[in-house]
Write a protein that binds this ligand. Structure first.
Ligand SMILES: [Zn+2]
Length: 120
């Protein structure tokens, strides 16, 4: 069986994950793991090995906590992407009205605004 891993349009993420799977899935041939744009296809030797693939993906996501990626499985396709809650956080980002400096933290914006005061 073939497992499809979709990175939701993120080709950079797909490339990194492809490399990770190549180096960690020792039980499959390198040819069995293929990359096409934002999707990775893994030809599994048996059903049990799917759990190992899922485990390796979890490790990959967990290795970079700042990435905010999440894994969801739907209709046999493993989808990896940024959850909606993180997108909402990005939308509530604060901007400096003097220079469009952006930050998610109020304290950081306050400190940033002080630099304008120092220069003026
Ligand atoms: Zn500013």
């Amino acid at each position: 069986m073939t497992v499809t891993i979709s990175c939701a349009g993120d080709a950079d993420l797909a490339t990194k994950l492809h490399n990770h799977l190549l180096s960690t899935l020792s039980f499959v041939n390198p040819e069995a793991i293929s990359l096409k744009d934002d999707e990775i296809y893994v030809d599994l030797p048996n059903l049990d090995s799917k759990d190992t693939v899922l485990k390796r993906i979890s490790e990959f996501i967990g290795s970079d906590p700042s990435s905010h990626y999440q894994m969801n499985e739907l209709d046999g396709i493993i989808a990896i992407g940024t959850p909606a809650s993180h997108k909402e956080m990005m939308e509530s980002i604060l901007t400096c009205d003097m220079c469009n400096y952006m930050t998610a933290y109020e304290e950081q914006l306050r400190l940033h605004r002080m630099t304008h005061g120092m220069m003026g």
